[in-house]
Design a protein around this ligand. Sequence first.
Ligand SMILES: [Zn+2]
Length: 383
Amino acid sequence: MEVPRSVPEISLVRRWGGVMLSRAAQEAPGFVRSLRDHALRLLDGAGVVGASLRLRSVLSLPWLTVLCYHRTAEPIVAEDIDGEVVDATPAQFDAQLRSLGQHFRFVSLDEVLGATRGRPLPPNPLLISFDDGYRNCLETSLPILARHGVPAAFFIPTLHVGERRLFWWDHIAWILRHSSRELVELDFPRPLRLSLAGGTDEAHRELTLLVKRTRGLDLPRFLEALERAAGVSLEREEERRLVDRDLLDWDGVRALERAGMGIGSHTHSHRVLQTLDERELELELAGSRHELERQLGRPVRSIAYPVGYSIAGEQHLRRAVRDGGYELGFSCRAGVHPTRGGDPLDVPRLLMEKTYDAQAFTALTALPPLAPHTTIDAGWSAA
Ligand SMILES: [Zn+2]
């Protein structure tokens, strides 16, 4: 998603011919990023990274590290697929797990949940997580995880998996990509003129930002209005075909769970919590938990917030998340989680990016404060 930064959404957006910038490039201007990369390499070259990892092993710092992936896959060359849309190739992911295994102790979602209830975590705990429920979590990521004996967490948006609906940013991208109009004049939720003459990137950016920023947005009405304004209509059959190609179904989610993976919620329809009213929050939070529990036959107490804004200072959201039955919530705020005294409803994660080579990956897991900061870190109100 969009925005300047990162999130998964970004990936899908790109595949529809939309935003072509990488997450990292979006989050940090190129020169900042290259400076940071350069700094990481200097630190690595000076032995700081290795020393830090060894120190962390010895000191057993009370930090939980959580990595956030969306999919691991080979870049694909296809007309409607953005080959850039992966957080790591299978070979990269395999190497990353091997590297992490030398310094960290992989923990499961249940173990992290147990820690919120007072049970201790092993030294240098690290949780691998995946958002959005892509099919290749099962087909590609799971075999690699299994080979390394790593229990990961998968956060599932129940509407998309259950009802085979496209993510809203993909639906927007599909509409823009298929419109033959050079000018799209939208009348809902507010009058908006979007030029497609020079491509769809800017219009997509503006519309995804609109969804992320508009409180109380009637999303189905907005998508209908956009289709009307663009002169196109995504047929249900085509939508289902696209979703079937990319997203897990419930059998796939159950297969992950049977393989020892943890399953949490990614809400119902991947809406930004900060934009929702009380009724919508209940549907997105309690509603998705109930559906997951019905499908899995076991309690679900964890959630990853769509787009990843922290809810740390937002009391009504914290109450809604707790009332929704959750004890553990993950954001995409960059950082590590204090295992003693940390906020279990605001566990930060390090967003993975396929441009991280082995050196950069090792450096940022060793020294998480060096992880790229993004607009997610600035918070929803600053988006
Ligand atoms: Zn997501």
